[in-house]
Design a protein around this ligand. Structure first.
Ligand code: HEC
Ligand code: HEC
Length: 198
């Protein structure tokens, strides 16, 4: 098993088996055990960056894990141990941390989808909402640049199969349903800043 995955399982084991005090859980150092130092993510384990994501987005994701609208074998048990006020404090903490330096993004089909979308299928450019300076970007929309490719691809597949979502809300289930497996791989690699293998 990968070292990061072993570590992640260990952290959940500790969190669920020991009577952790609320303050221990509220300590971002606990979260960083999986999410990387300073919430910068763990590309190898496919665990997302939290640093610099909008506070409201982060808080809503924690709520979604708690309510079961979004599920993850690693993250759901953690979220279930947090109260709403813990979620607010942790979201504020991570939102205030700097985002990683801009990656040099690779060319390829993922880039086309991100920049131009595909009007023939009614796909808007992903960057219309997800670019750091996007016109439509609000507190509900995460920046994708620099997230682990494995993580991004997993989210798109989760929408396609109904494993993630606030049902009836938001554009992502409809968008993900239009993407082919190859497009998911290439657009995830693009935002991760990974050079694609042709
Ligand atoms: C045992 C490992 C582990 C620990 C500890 C952990 N997380 Fe996570 N977290 C994950 C994984 C794995 C995911 C991705 C889940 C998925 O694929 O949907 C995730 C996802 C998230 C997301 C969604 C990010 C996004 O871009 O949508 C948020 C927010 C989050 N975690 C916050 C926290 C906070 C706050 C803590 C500390 C209280 C924490 N996590 C502790 C493993 C962990
Ligand atoms: C109209 C705006 C809009 C467009 C266009 C859009 N998205 Fe999104 N995207 C969102 C919103 C809103 C969310 C947050 C969903 C939630 O709260 O669960 C999101 C979330 C995501 C996430 C999850 C990120 C995370 O940290 O968990 C991924 C991956 C993603 N979008 C990929 C894409 C891709 C790839 C495209 C283009 C093919 C795209 N999006 C186009 C609005 C958009």
């Amino acid at each position: 098993m990968e070292r990061a995955a072993r570590r992640a399982i260990l952290v959940v084991g500790v969190a669920t088996l020991l009577p952790l005090s609320a303050s221990a859980l509220r300590d971002p150092g606990f979260c960083d055990g999986c999410h990387g130092e300073g919430g910068r993510g763990d590309a190898h384990a496919g665990i997302p960056r939290l640093a610099g994501l909008p506070a409201r987005y982060l808080e809503r994701q924690l709520e979604a894990f708690r309510s079961g609208e979004r599920t993850s074998p690693l993250m759901s048990p953690v979220a279930e141990l947090l109260g709403p006020e813990d979620g607010e404090a942790l979201a504020g903490h991570y939102a205030a941390l700097p985002t990683p330096p801009a990656a040099v993004l690779p060319a390829g089909s993922g880039k086309r989808l991100a920049r131009s979308g595909d009007p023939t299928r009614g796909l808007a450019p992903c960057d219309a909402c997800h670019a750091p300076a996007a016109r439509l970007r609000g507190e509900d929309i995460p920046v994708l640049v620099g997230q682990p490719a494995r993580y991004l691809a997993r989210q798109l597949r989760a929408w396609r199969s109904g494993r993630r979502g606030r049902p009836g809300l938001g554009p992502m289930p409809g968008i993900a349903a239009k993407l082919s497996e190859a497009e998911i791989e290439s657009v995830a690699a693009y935002y991760a800043g990974v050079v694609e293998r042709e």
